[in-house]
Design a protein around this ligand. Structure first.
Ligand code: ATP
Length: 473
């Protein structure tokens, strides 16, 4: 890692980015009365514990919960009455959760899984009005609703963060082998991503997506890294570490904690001392609302032996754990793996919303649906550690068509690009250079009595692409 950090390159003017609407929709009209009541009551208790210095923000926060409960049909006055009558029997208040021995014993019985590494959160200004609109998604929203909700959704993540422009040039990664020469995992990958953009790293399994993501996130493993990675023209530093959120493929969560407990503990442990305990707890609740987790906030995370939240909800909790600290750079390793296409779309829409708040988002992705593919601003296509494409995601197909690679049947763009990266040219028209190479290699294989067909490698596609590029210049 040392070598890449010593020589940052000058950064060109940051490319424009962003785009896409925010996700979410209101769920208040579908809330069961009991859920509404308990949330309202809980909010009331939080309010009652509030110190006077942050009254205005807490009031708006209280209104927010009231509003969401009110969606179920209750008016303001009625809610107040309900809140009063229920306040005595509140059991799920955050204060109780944090101090209750039951919660603690459950926590201690689970394995420690948080990766509390960063603490660079700036507390929001007092009196900041947080959204009263709980219009985030839940698992039964339709994609149409998501789009509509995206327009309605107000943002919670309004605290300013340092915009970070990430640029990487000729990044190589080699692993030393016990026998023979070192194994090259990444061979000269270049690209950049601006605040407001979502960069997707796509490629077949084993192509080096996670390795590249880890290097960019300052988490390179034991191999040798070459090239240059710069953050606003600066090399990686300790202070930058505090501005990075990293959601790994297998983030470990406490099985027996509820969603609310998980995020509240994370807030209490990860947010800076300059924030009061109350502010931290409110921050956790804001995240719950922002990520549309209010309906499952009291559900246990669960695991192999305990039934808990759904896969999509679990992913959102992992993302919540990271966006709590309001990172400038957010890295995610396969946040949509194992999810159905609609839930995956919601997660990617969420990433869009986060980017729209001025964050820089980089995510690996396995096999996105076409709708999901079009949500990315930029794309890096990897094939066996080689860079096959870097540019706007929307221009990837036209680009490959311009060099003679076109799908022969209607195909999801991601599927087509992954086929190319895998060297699978069935149903794909490829340039004659590549075709010739396939025939030549097959001829050699026939002469050797081999039963296998030659499949062009990612390197072949890469080379052909390079030759064509040269011819086109
Ligand atoms: N520490 C390591 N030791 C041995 N091999 C490694 C190590 N790190 C990465 N590799 C190898 O590097 C290659 C790229 O791995 P990487 O996890 O980056 O791929 P990927 O594209 O993220 O794959 P997947 O989509 O399956 O997660 C793989 O062949 C992997 O086995």
């Amino acid at each position: 890692m040392e070598s890449i950090m010593e020589k940052p390159v000058a950064v060109d003017a940051a490319a424009g980015g962003g785009g896409g609407g925010g996700a979410g929709r209101t769920r208040s009209d579908q809330l069961a009365p009991s859920q509404s009541l308990s949330r309202t009551a809980s909010a009331e208790t939080v309010l009652s514990n509030a110190d006077t210095t942050s009254l205005s923000r807490k009031s708006s926060f209280g209104r927010k919960r009231t509003a969401s409960a009110g969606g179920g049909g209750g008016g303001g006055g009625g809610n107040r009455h309900i809140r009063k009558s229920r306040s005595a029997q509140l059991k799920v208040d955050v204060e109780d959760l944090v101090s209750s021995s039951a919660a603690l014993s459950r926590a201690s019985s689970a394995s420690l899984g948080f990766s509390f590494t960063f603490t660079g959160f700036t507390p929001p200004p007092q009196g900041m009005h947080y959204s009263a609109d709980p219009t985030t998604f839940s698992d039964d929203d339709s994609p149409m609703d998501i789009e509509a909700g995206a327009r309605r959704r107000k943002k919670l993540m309004t605290e300013p963060t340092l915009p970070i422009y990430l640029k990487f040039t000729e990044v190589k990664y080699r692993l030393s082998a016990k026998k023979g020469s070192p194994r090259e995992i990444l061979g000269g990958i270049s690209g950049s991503v601006s605040p407001g953009e979502v960069l997707a790293l796509m490629g077949p399994s084993g192509s080096g997506k996670t390795t590249l993501l880890s290097i960019l996130g300052g988490r390179a493993g034991g191999g040798a890294v070459e090239g240059c990675v710069s953050y606003n023209d600066e090399p990686y530093s300790k202070s930058l570490k505090r501005r990075i959120g990293f959601v790994t493929q297998d983030d470990v969560l406490f099985t027996h904690l509820t969603v609310k407990e998980t995020l509240t503990y994370a807030a209490l442990l990860r947010l800076p001392r300059t924030m009061t305990r109350q502010q931290k707890k409110e921050r956790a609740m804001d995240i719950i609302y922002e990520l549309g987790l209010e309906r499952c906030q009291d559900t246990m995370i669960g695991g192999s032996f305990v039934r808990g939240v759904s896969g999509g909800e679990r992913k959102r909790v992992c993302i919540g754990n990271e966006i709590l600290i309001n990172p400038s750079l957010l890295f995610l390793d396969e946040p949509t793996s194992g999810l159905d296409s609609t839930t995956a779309l919601r997660i990617v829409q969420l990433l869009h919303d986060i980017a729209e708040d001025g964050k820089t988002v980089i995510t690996t992705i396995h096999q996105p649906s076409s709708r999901l593919f079009h949500k990315f601003d930029k794309l890096i296509l990897l094939g066996k550690g080689s860079l096959l494409y870097f540019g706007k995601a929307s221009e990837a197909m036209p680009y490959f068509q311009s060099i003679g690679c076109t799908p022969l049947i209607a195909m999801n763009p991601a599927e087509f690009l992954l086929d190319l990266a895998n060297g699978n040219t069935n149903d794909v028209s490829v340039p004659s250079e590549l075709d010739d190479k396939v025939h030549m290699e097959n001829h050699t294989l026939e002469n050797n009595n081999s039963k296998n067909d030659y499949r062009p490698s990612a390197q072949d596609v890469h080379e052909v692409k390079h030759e064509i590029n040269v011819l086109m210049l």
